[in-house]
Ligand binder design. Structure first.
Ligand code: GDD
Ligand code: MN
Length: 371
C-alpha cells in the first residue's frame, strides 16, 4: 500500500471530471479544488470533455493551470467511456471521479482518501447514509426514478447509493476491473461489480442541485440503465440469468401449445386428423421456444446457424416429451389406479424434470457457453 504522509494530510490525487457543456459550472469547480491545493494537496485534474463546443476549451486555456489537463474527445461519446478514458490517463495512485456541476462537494475528497487508507477498496459519496442529504427541489418523478434504479441495483451491491457518480478508488482496484462494458450512465455500479469490490465505504455528502445548465438524464439514459442491469445480471449470475428466462419461455410455451392445438384443430382437424394436429402444434411450439430461448436465455449463442441449432434443440426437447408419452401409457394401461389427479401430478413432475433436462442439454449441446 502506498505510504502517504500522516493521515488526513495532503496527498496526491487524480480527479476525473467528465463534462458535456459544463463551461458555466467548471470555473467554480476549479476554484473549490484550488482550496484543497492551497492546503498542500497535489492534484491532477483531468477534464474529459465530449466536444462541448461551449467555450470549455477557451476557458481552460485562459486559466493556464499546469495541474489541469483537458482531454477533448471527438469520436467517442458518453459518460461512462469518458470516465474510463480519464481513469486510464490518470497518473496518481488515488483517483476520484466526480460531476462538474458541483452536485458533489470537492471538500469530501480528504475523507475519501482516508477511507481508502483505512482499507476501503472503493468509496462512494452517498446521499443515503446518516449525514448525507439531497438538496430540495428534486421533483417527485426524479426521486421515484432514483429509488427504483437503486432497488434494481440491490442484487449486485449492498451500497445504499449505488447510483452515485462521486467515486474514489486506488489504481490497483481499477486495474483489476474485468470485462468493463460501460453501456450505461452508472459507471460506479459497473466498477463496484466488475472490480469485485468487497469493502465499499460510503462517505455522506450533501448532493446539491446544479446551478448552471441542465441534467443529461434523458429517456435514453434510463433505457440504457435497464440494459446495464441486464448485462450485470448476466455477468454476475450467468446460470440464473439463463435459467429464469428459459423457465418463463417454457411456461409461455404451454400457453402457445394449447392455443395452437385449438386453432389447428378447428382449421385442419377434419383434413389431417388429430394426431397430426398434435405433432404440428408441438413442432410449432418448439420453434417458438427456440427463437425466444436463443435470444433471452442463451444470449451468447451465435444468432445464425439456425438450422443446426434448431434441429438439435428439437431432438433434445423431444426426449422428455416422448419419454413422458410412454411412461403415461404404461401407467394408464397397466395401472388401474391412474386417476386424473395422478395424471396431473405426473405431468407436473415430468415438466419440471424436462425443464432442467432441456435447459441443461440445450446449454451444453445447442448453445454451448463462451469461455
Ligand atoms: N464526457 C461526457 N460525455 N460527460 C458527460 C456526458 C457525456 O456524454 N453526459 C454527462 N456528462 C457529465 C456531465 O457534464 C456532468 O459533469 C456529469 O457527467 C453528470 O451529468 P449530469 O447530467 O449532471 O448527471 P445527473 O445529475 O443527472 O446524474 C447524476 O446522478 C447521480 C445521482 O443520482 C450522475 O451523473 C451521478 O454522478 C450522480 O451522483
Ligand atoms: Mn448533475
Amino acid at each position: 500500500m502506498a505510504q502517504g504522509p500522516e493521515e488526513g494530510g495532503p496527498r496526491s490525487v487524480s480527479i476525473i471530471i467528465p463534462t458535456y457543456q459544463e463551461a458555466d459550472s467548471l470555473p467554480s469547480m476549479i476554484d473549490r479544488l484550488e482550496g484543497l491545493r492551497s492546503v498542500g494537496w497535489d492534484l491532477e485534474l483531468l477534464i474529459v470533455d465530449d466536444d462541448s463546443n461551449d467555450g470549455t476549451i477557451e476557458m481552460i486555456e485562459a486559466r493556464g493551470c499546469d495541474w489541469i489537463r483537458l482531454i477533448v474527445r471527438r469520436e467517442d461519446r458518453g459518460l461512462s467511456t469518458a470516465v474510463i478514458h480519464g481513469l486510464t490517463e490518470a497518473k496518481h495512485e488515488i483517483m476520484v471521479v466526480m460531476d462538474a456541476d458541483l452536485s458533489h462537494p470537492p471538500e469530501a475528497i480528504p475523507e475519501f482518501v482516508s477511507a481508502l487508507d483505512n482499507g476501503a477498496d472503493f468509496v462512494v459519496g452517498s446521499r443515503y447514509v446518516p449525514g448525507g442529504s439531497t438538496e430540495d427541489g428534486w421533483g417527485v418523478l426524479r426521486w421515484i426514478n432514483s429509488k427504483v434504479a437503486t432497488v434494481m441495483a440491490r442484487p449486485f451491491t449492498r451500497v445504499k447509493d449505488p447510483m452515485s457518480g462521486f467515486l474514489g478508488l486506488r489504481r490497483e482496484t481499477w486495474q483489476s476491473a474485468a470485462d468493463l462494458d460501460p453501456v450505461g450512465y452508472k459507471i460506479g455500479l459497473e466498477l463496484i461489480v466488475k472490480c469485485r469490490c468487497q469493502n465499499v465505504v460510503e462517505v455522506p455528502i450533501h448532493f446539491s442541485t446544479r446551478r448552471h445548465g441542465e441534467s443529461k438524464l434523458t429517456l435514453k439514459v434510463q433505457r440504457d440503465y435497464l440494459r446495464h442491469i441486464l448485462r450485470l445480471a448476466r455477468w454476475k449470475y450467468p446460470e440464473r440469468s439463463s435459467f429464469v428466462p428459459f423457465a418463463v419461455v417454457g411456461a409461455m410455451g404451454i400457453g402457445v401449445y394449447v392455443a395452437l392445438l385449438a386453432i389447428l384443430e378447428s382449421l385442419f382437424g377434419r383434413f389431417i386428423g388429430n394426431d397430426l394436429v398434435i405433432v404440428l402444434a408441438i413442432a410449432l411450439t418448439m420453434c417458438f421456444n427456440f427463437f425466444l430461448d436463443r435470444k433471452l436465455a442463451f444470449w451468447w449463442a451465435p444468432q445464425d446457424q439456425t438450422g443446426r441449432q434448431l434441429l438439435s434443440f428439437i431432438v433434445i426437447c423431444s426426449i422428455p416429451v416422448i419419454a413422458n408419452f410412454f411412461v403415461t401409457r404404461y401407467f394408464i394401461v397397466d395401472d388401474e389406479m391412474a386417476t386424473p389427479l395422478a395424471g396431473v401430478i405426473g405431468a407436473a413432475v415430468a415438466s419440471i424434470l424436462s425443464l432442467f433436462f432441456n435447459w441443461g442439454c440445450s446449454r451444453i449441446f445447442v448453445f454451448s457457453p463462451r469461455r
